[in-house]
Write a protein that binds this ligand. Structure first.
Ligand code: PLP
Length: 363
């Protein structure tokens, strides 16, 4: 039996930086400042600098980053938020959580991101915001999205859970609109050792509101102005992330190299990426046509190669969104993607020999 190739290999990454990580963890324990300790504010400064924004607010998860951002922007019941239906549930879940209604929009077949040409027809007098997702690490067409946002005076929240470090026209994902929401879930490009997230923004008011919301609605200790959340980023996670942030560009470059090699061996896998896009490949996704996906997955499995489907059921067809009244066939591009996409192993430490083996099996 050959060694299994996983979707991501967190152990390999930890092994490479073990002394630094262990020291960082031990120092938090020595200080016992587990909640809102110094590493949290230091990480916030570092991420803000990395992304080129004024503020970053650490929270408990990427999902909470979305919920707190929507809340800080005043989005709630009676409001509609236009988003993609080809994403992780958390994107729409956050909209529903604040009492607003997610309005789904079909995707672009090459990039799997929201199709900006189909957004305008979804706008109603109730539309308050757009919530695009830079899926798999691929930035959305931000010029077109910004034009819509300006013309219709909408708020813009970017879901950057899969796109840490991604860029459109040399500007980081998450910095185009009112705020960007990051996830530090372990499998993301910049992942911690548990749950974590962050809101990045240039808007002072949004940053201040998010800081109050994450801490039970309290600006001053034991005085509460609004209903808040318990949603802080753990000091331990912040300390781990500060170590990992130093290596992130190196790791992103390796992901990009790996994607190039995949694309050489499986031509046409990577599509729709003009020079204005920096795709950071949190996930590497190919399409398997003619109902052969299951067969391909089985062949990979025989060779101990993992694969995964992001995502097997579009959000408009999920049980939880039955009440929205959508039907199969409403979003043909995304529904075809749900039948054809296949995610392959992707992480910085993946070797060329492993990629070759995966590609050979698929071919
Ligand atoms: C992972 C993810 C989230 C949620 O992040 P958590 O940190 O797991 O809460 C939100 N949106 C997208 C697109 C994601 O991939």
């Amino acid at each position: 039996m050959q060694e299994r190739i996983q979707m991501t290999d967190l152990k390999a990454q930890y092994t490479a930086i073990k002394p630094e990580i262990d020291t960082a963890i031990q120092s938090v324990i020595n200080e016992t400042s587990f909640i809102q300790g110094k590493p949290v504010s230091l990480l916030e400064e570092e991420v803000a600098r990395y992304c080129g924004v004024k503020f970053a607010v650490g929270v408990a998860s990427g999902t909470d980053a979305l919920v707190l951002a929507l809340t800080a922007l005043g989005i709630g019941s009676q409001d509609e938020v236009i988003t993609t239906l080809f994403t992780f549930i958390a994107t729409a879940e956050a909209i529903s959580r604040v009492g607003a209604k997610p309005v789904f929009c079909d995707i672009d077949p090459d990039t799997y991101n929201i199709n900006p040409d189909k957004i305008v027809e979804k706008i109603t007098p109730r539309t308050k915001a757009l919530l695009p997702v830079h899926l798999y690490g691929m930035p959305c067409q931000m010029d077109k999205i910004m034009a819509i946002v300006k013309e219709h005076k909408l708020k813009l929240i970017e879901d950057c859970a899969q796109s840490f470090g991604s860029e459109y026209k040399n500007k980081k994902a998450g910095t185009f609109g009112d705020c960007g929401c990051l996830s530090f879930f372990p499998a993301k490009t910049l992942g911690c050792y548990g749950d974590g997230g962050m809101i990045i923004t240039d808007n002072d008011e949004v940053a201040q509101k998010a800081k109050i919301l994450r801490n039970h609605g309290s600006g001053k200790k034991y005085y509460y102005g609004v209903h808040g959340f318990n949603s802080r980023l753990d000091t331990l996670q912040a300390a781990i992330l500060r170590v990992k942030l130093k290596y992130i560009d190196l790791w992103i470059n390796k992901r990009i190299e790996n994607a190039k090699y995949y694309d050489e061996l499986l031509p046409g896998s990577v599509r729709g990426i003009g020079p204005e896009y920096k795709h950071t490949f949190n996930y590497f996704t190919i399409r398997i046509k003619d109902n052969k996906r299951e067969e391909v997955q089985n062949r990979l499995k025989e060779k101990s190669i993992d694969s995964a489907i992001y995502y097997p059921l579009c959000l408009h067809l999920q049980e939880v969104y039955k009440n929205l009244g959508y039907q199969a066939g409403d979003f043909p591009v995304a529904e075809q993607a749900q039948r054809e996409v296949l995610g392959l192993p992707m992480y910085p430490e993946l070797t060329k020999a492993q990629i070759k083996q995966i590609a050979d099996t698929i071919r």
